[in-house]
Write a new protein. Structure first.
Ligand code: M6R
Length: 609
């Protein structure tokens, strides 16, 4: 989603803002721009496409080194095509304000009509240009921009994080948020605003997380936060970020995605640290005061949804808790009476903690009085702050748009949670808990040894199958969730059409697609479902379909390619399957010359509905 940067201080602001935008590139964008005040005028430089286009334009500007306050933006198109005229910052008709915005103003057409009636003209298709003119209109009748902002934001409905500059005082940053992330970075003699911490982490680790309905006003040396409904001052708590810029850099790897795949053993290790009571249980003090739910609703999107789907097998088998798993964009529009505050628990999973649909689902559950638990990676994110309890996955910053280590970290936490409930309910058979805990604790070392071999095999297979136009990913039981994830990874990275299916569903329709040009990637682990998966393989072969089998034992079947991996204990085998799926998609995409870390049309954090 869009990235916002604001800087005011003693340094040349345009390079600082540009650098901030580079650190937000991972969020996904299709145009970019920077705005600042210079010689009593507000200027904007914008361009479609990647930041290098913007950089070329900026390099022609002689003001670049003299300006000490600037705002910047990377835009992921929601209203209007990704052209320069739609890129941010947008300037008001009277040239008194420039604005960058992440989110959607839902009633912008209505506001636009009113403004057109008053004589305003518009040069873009965006809701942002409407908002900046609305603020400018309100400013005419208000003593200062803060008051004008308050009135305008009361009239604009929807989600937004905004940052703006006024021609009269171009060294002051104004910012506000409603359901979109915005963080304030506090330096010495300089201050920052950004959609995410990496934008300013090279300059400061001290941050304030802005809440919905707050307005920030900051110059180089001071700041104030106000409630937008009555402009009362809010005392904010400053926090110190623990992770470093190094954690957010490629560290010698070709792509962030590759680095993040290789980080997975460490991610499991970090996720388990302090969580395993040798070998008798799991420590989750965050949950000790909550009752054990009779029914668990897991709600998430994309890869996080797949982690949730995988974990439903663990909750049902280890903790005997029935699970209803739902995609957040569906859950949020369902009939509310299905939730029972006395018996249900809503567990939302989100790497970013900012996904709009997941956040909305969480809020609905809270409105219903149902206890909510959030599994999040980003500390201080909206979901982390709003859930009754947050369990952090500790995966460190995930920069590549394609989620990899985040899923592993979520699976680690979900496994701990299932054991925790199993133990509290005393339904884990004697000795089983210890076996699971030992198997979990062994994972980092075993995976670390296995990853280079997996990578080599993925590279070989990617060359063989990269020309396929379509792929099936098939699995049963907990491997169905992995099949969905494998298909998602392949399509988002390589743009090859891929479908994840429960292997047993093939005969109900999809098998009609099978022919020699439509290969299947089958996950066939050594478990009670293997004989069933084997039948499904044979059915595909009978239709001349080519098959890769990913397996952890010597399968008694002849297929095109057998990819042998180490075996995990039961569903923990997923920790070995997942990296293979990630490597395969990575290698296919890289071989085909795709933009691995920033696939087309995608954003890292989906903060719009
Ligand atoms: O930040 P979240 O975990 O809430 O994000 C959910 C999805 O947008 C995300 O997992 C997406 O599917 C991944 N980019 C896929 O690799």
């Amino acid at each position: 989603m869009c990235g916002i940067v604001g800087y005011t201080g003693h340094r040349p602001a345009i390079p600082v803002a540009f650098e901030g935008l580079e650190h937000l590139e991972y969020r996904g964008y299709d145009s970019a721009g920077i705005g600042y005040g210079f010689q009593n005028k507000l200027e904007v430089v914008r361009s479609a496409g990647k930041l290098k286009n913007l950089s070329e334009k900026i390099s022609h500007s002689t003001t670049a080194l003299t300006v000490t306050c600037a705002i910047g933006h990377t835009r992921w198109a929601t209203h209007g095509v990704p052209e320069e005229r739609n890129a941010h910052p947008h300037i008001s008709n009277d040239k008194s304000l420039i604005l960058v915005h992440n989110g959607i103003i839902e009633n912008y057409l209505e506001i636009k009509e009113n403004l057109v009636r008053k004589g305003y003209t518009f040069h873009s298709d965006t809701d942002t240009e409407v908002l900046v003119n609305l603020i400018a209109e309100e400013r005419k009748n208000q003593p200062d921009l803060l008051h004008a902002l308050r009135i305008a934001l009361q009239k604009a409905h929807g989600a937004y994080a905004i940052c703006l500059l006024e021609r009269e005082n171009p060294e002051i940053l104004y910012a506000a948020r409603m359901a979109a992330p915005l963080i304030f970075g506090i330096g010495i003699g300089e201050n920052f605003v950004a959609s995410d911490i990496p934008a300013f982490l090279s300059y400061t680790r001290n941050v304030v997380f802005l809440e919905d309905g707050e307005i920030l006003v900051a110059d180089a040396n001071s700041y104030s936060v106000y409630r937008s409904d009555d402009l009362a001052c809010v005392q904010k708590q400053e926090q110190c970020i623990q992770w470093s810029m190094q954690a957010a850099q490629k560290g010698g790897f070709r792509h962030f995605m590759l680095k993040e795949i290789f980080e997975q053993p460490q991610v499991i290790k970090d996720g388990l640290t302090g969580r395993i009571r040798e070998w008798q249980g799991v420590v989750l003090p965050e949950l000790d005061n909550l009752t054990i739910p009779r029914r668990l609703h897991i709600v998430a999107c994309g890869t996080s949804y797949h982690a949730g789907l995988w974990s439903s097998h663990l909750f049902e088998s280890w903790a005997r808790i029935p699970v209803q798993i739902e995609i957040a964009s569906e859950f949020r529009y369902k009939e509310r009476f299905l939730l029972d505050p006395a018996e249900d628990l809503v567990l939302v999973i989100s790497q970013s903690g900012e996904t709009a649909d997941t956040l909305a689902a969480l809020r609905i559950a809270r409105e219903q009085g149902v206890t909510t638990v959030g599994i999040c990676n980003v500390v201080g994110s909206s979901i982390a702050r709003e859930a009754d309890v947050v369990l952090y996955t500790q995966a460190g910053p995930e920069i590549s748009v394609a989620s990899t280590k985040a899923m592993t970290s979520q699976m680690t936490m979900l496994a701990c949670l299932a054991i925790y409930y199993g133990e509290r309910k005393q339904v884990l058979e004697e000795g089983r808990e210890e076996k699971i805990l030992r198997a979990l604790a062994d994972l980092p070392k075993r995976l670390e040894e296995a990853l280079p071999v997996m990578h080599t095999e993925a590279k070989r297979l990617s060359r063989k199958y990269a020309q396929a136009k379509s792929f099936f990913y098939l699995g049963r039981g907990h491997c169905f969730a992995l099949a969905l994830e494998g298909a998602l990874k392949l399509k988002e990275l390589s743009y090859i059409h891929a479908e994840g299916y429960a292997a047993g569903e093939m005969k109900h329709g999809p098998i009609a697609l099978i022919d020699p040009n439509f290969p299947s990637f089958v996950i066939a682990l050594n478990d009670r479902l293997y004989p069933k998966v084997k039948s499904n393989i044979v059915e595909i072969q009978a239709r001349q379909g080519h098959i890769i089998v990913l397996t952890d034992f010597n399968v008694d079947i002849k297929v095109d390619d057998i990819w042998q991996i180490p075996s995990g204990m039961g569903a923990l085998g997923a920790f070995f399957v997942l990296p293979c799926l990630q490597f395969f998609s990575y290698e296919v995409a890289d071989y085909l010359g795709k933009d691995v870390d920033q696939p087309r049309n995608l954003a890292k954090s989906v903060t719009v509905e």
